[in-house]
Design a protein around this ligand. Structure first.
Ligand code: ADP
Length: 327
């Protein structure tokens, strides 16, 4: 499954690091976000203060972590990367906060999954750069406050709706990342191909871009698989024909749908006559996890107009029936 690799994730992450654009000028697309952040960076620098806390939301692979690292580079500070489930115990988050240097960036992925305790420790940290720690138990318990150096929290989430409002309200900038246009993804593919020293034509890059579900991470992943194919089956250069043949072999269709996308749509059509059908029902009919459907599959299917959400459930659009070859 191209969207959710489980094996060799570490290796893939390492490779991903080398493909991240290092500076704002190299970050392709998300024009509005870049504009907002360019101003925020300049203003913070002029005042000699850290950036405002920033919340980025949107489907996985659109460049949230990358943007956080870029902000650190632009502000000339370091960025610590963690994820909410790793901050289970209060001391995990306290230790992290106390280790932050002036202006550093703390990136917390999946921030909607913070435990209540971790979240409550974050409020004064975000607001007053302070942590309150309770020492001892019961009647003899005392609260002590420690001051922190001013820092910037960058939170990332795929589910903005699952954030508590006190947490959401403490972010100065809240921005949604959108799916990328094919031309933007083409540029990303060309850039990655250059880093990987893989010859590719503009048409080859465009074909990969079209099938990348608007997502840079997927574009890079498809490029690597097409590169393997072309090195084994052809001269090594990625042309449109090679990209088409390879992606067809890997079950990525011309709209970028993979096996699971098609399974979801097919089961909605065949079992429920196209809907409306509830998320949990789709999950059990397809054997996919409902959260994954909601956060990973559905956003793109809706984006390209193959699925709709109504108050009665999800429905498949006529375009989806047609795309899958039904009347
Ligand atoms: P997220 O944190 O939203 O899941 P990442 O920041 O990890 O996504 O991005 C995934 C990969 O996609 C990165 O390795 C990076 O190379 C690439 N990428 C993301 N956004 C861009 C962009 N705007 N320009 C170029 N490459 C990008």
């Amino acid at each position: 499954n191209l969207l959710q690799p489980t094996a060799a994730v570490d290796e893939q992450e390492k490779q991903e690091e080398s493909l991240r654009p290092p500076r704002l000028a190299d970050y392709i697309g998300q024009k509005e976000l870049k504009e907002v952040l360019t101003i925020a960076i300049q203003a913070a620098k002029n005042r000699g203060e850290p950036l405002d806390h920033l919340l980025l939301y949107g489907p996985p692979g659109l460049g949230k972590t990358t943007m956080s690292l870029i902000l650190a580079a632009e502000m000339e500070v370091s960025c610590k990367i963690t994820t909410a489930p790793a901050l289970e115990r209060p001391r995990d988050i306290v230790g992290l906060l106390m280790s932050m240097k002036q202006g550093d960036i703390l990136f917390i992925d999946e921030i909607h999954r913070l435990s209540r305790m971790a979240e409550e420790l974050l409020y004064p940290a975000m607001e007053d750069f302070r942590v309150d720690i309770t020492i001892g138990k019961g009647q003899s318990a005392k609260t002590r406050s420690f001051s922190l150096l001013p820092f910037t929290l960058v939170g990332a989430t795929t589910r903005i709706g699952s954030l508590t409002s006190p947490l959401r309200d403490r972010f100065g900038i809240i921005h949604r990342l959108r799916f990328y246009e094919p031309e933007e993804l083409s540029q990303i593919v060309l850039r990655t191909a250059e880093i990987l020293k893989t010859p590719i034509t503009d048409e080859g890059a465009a074909e990969i871009a079209r099938r990348a579900r608007g997502t840079p991470r997927i574009a890079n992943r498809l490029l690597k698989r097409v590169r393997d194919y072309s090195q084994v089956k052809a001269s090594g250069e990625i042309t449109q024909q090679i990209a088409t043949d390879a992606l067809t072999l890997f079950n990525v269709d011309p709209l970028g749908l993979d096996w699971t996308d098609r399974l979801i749509l097919k089961s909605m059509i065949e079992n429920f006559n196209g809907g409306p059908v509830g998320l949990e029902t789709i999950a059990s009919a397809t054997g996919e996890d409902s959260q994954t459907i909601e956060e990973v599959y559905e956003p793109y299917l809706m984006q390209i107009g193959l699925m709709q959400r109504t108050h009665r459930g999800r429905t498949v659009t006529p375009a989806a029936w047609k795309h899958l070859g039904y009347d």
